[in-house]
Design a protein around this ligand. Structure first.
Ligand code: IPM
Ligand code: MG
Length: 374
């Protein structure tokens, strides 16, 4: 039997609950499709600061590097968010993303038909929504020089620089074009080229890459108008490629289409291959949600769908990935809801459940329980 190696990073807040839920689903998929997963757990974020004084230890980054993939829950929380703190939980994400060369963050946004009513947008706007946000993940303002607030009132100052090099832009834009070829063949590159120098470099480099992909249609869009069109005409987008901060903001906005931030998965990839596929780090796009942590209330679907991306991309197991996605769809069709995606009508029929029961509903719909898919 094939054995894959995954590092699980539960992290903080609801992270441990959603990672536990996704692990159950992956293990059940393994039973159905005849593979096993050797799980290794690593501390990162606030829990690592408490235990070791750093957001993630170098040896733990190495453990991640030598696995086939990493599944992460969330990091951060009020206990570690003092603005003057020298170590912050989020540093674990930047160390992992930068240290493991994960320069592209893929955030697919689709609307499950059963959840159309969970979005505040009108149903007719949601028909046909199927986009992929490709966010540059290891450059820009997240990694530039910065100066923390300094000086005395009223002259305190601070700055954050947004540097980009051509090669950082080219590699992620190429990935976006490659992916667009297997989708609807349309790339929208998003920037603020009317103001920012880095954005003008993004446009130039993207145009050069586009010349190598005559079969893919390219459009440029300013980030402010893109933010508007995302809610006005969301179905018009196929692949969006953009720099780190814009991608962070636009993907939370796009989550509204899917009904909840809790629904959306992500994959962070680089160029490195692991034994069975591309090495990657997979995590839901939501954060640690400290307000509901430890109460079995978080929606595990974003993490479970991230695990499906892991199965497909890092294990090369399309069969198991598709089965997990199908099981999620069927659980939703059958009416199962966590609170974030429930509306008044759902509350009446008793299918509004917690994290664990939602994971069980999904596990129950995997092939080993319901027969092989036809
Ligand atoms: C995300 C998150 C992180 C980011 C935070 C927690 C630092 O918002 O993955 O989207 O901004 O990258
Ligand atoms: Mg974010």
């Amino acid at each position: 039997m094939m054995t894959y190696r995954v590092v699980a990073i539960p992290g903080d807040g609801v992270g441990p609950e959603v990672v536990a839920a996704a692990r159950r689903v992956v293990d059940a998929a393994g039973e159905a499709f005849d593979f096993s997963v050797e799980w290794n757990e690593v501390e990162a974020g606030g829990v690592a600061i408490d235990a070791h004084g750093v957001a993630i230890r170098p040896e733990d980054v190495e453990r991640c590097r030598s696995a086939d993939a990493v599944l992460l829950g969330a990091v951060g929380g009020p206990a570690w968010s003092d603005p003057s703190a020298a170590v912050r939980p989020e540093q674990a994400l930047f160390t992992l993303r930068g240290g493991l060369g994960l320069f592209a963050n893929l955030r697919p946004v689709t609307v499950h038909p059963a959840l159309v009513g969970s979005s505040p947008l009108r149903a007719e706007l949601l028909v046909g929504v199927d986009m992929l946000i490709v966010r540059e993940l290891t450059g820009g303002i997240y990694f530039g020089n910065r100066m923390e607030p300094d000086g005395r009132k009223p002259k305190r100052r601070a700055f954050d620089e947004m540097p980009y090099e051509e090669r950082e832009i080219r590699r992620v834009v190429k990935m976006a074009f490659d992916i667009a070829r297997s989708r609807r063949g349309r790339v929208t590159q998003v920037d603020k080229a009317n103001v920012l120098a880095t954005s003008r470099l993004w446009r130039t480099v993207t145009d050069e890459v586009a010349a190598e992909y005559p079969d893919v249609e390219l459009g440029h869009q300013l980030v402010d108008s893109c933010a508007m069109l995302l809610v006005k005409q969301p179905a018009a987008f196929d692949v969006i490629v953009t720099e780190n901060l814009f991608g962070d903001i636009l993907s939370d906005e796009a989550a509204v289409l899917a009904g909840s931030l809790g629904m959306l998965p992500s994959a962070s990839l680089g160029r490195r291959r692991a034994t069975h596929g591309v090495f990657g780090l997979y995590e839901p796009i939501h954060g640690s949600a400290p307000d509901i942590a430890g109460r079995d209330r978080a929606n595990p679907i974003g993490t479970i769908l991230s695990a499906a991306m892991l199965l497909r991309t890092s294990f090369g197991r399309d069969d198991a990935a598709a089965a997990v996605e199908e099981a999620v769809s069927r659980a939703l069709e059958d009416g199962w809801r966590t609170r974030d995606i429930a509306n008044a009508a759902d509350t009446d029929d008793g299918l509004v459940v917690g994290t664990t029961a939602m994971a069980t509903a999904i596990v129950d719909r995997l092939p080993s329980h319901v027969g092989m898919p036809s």
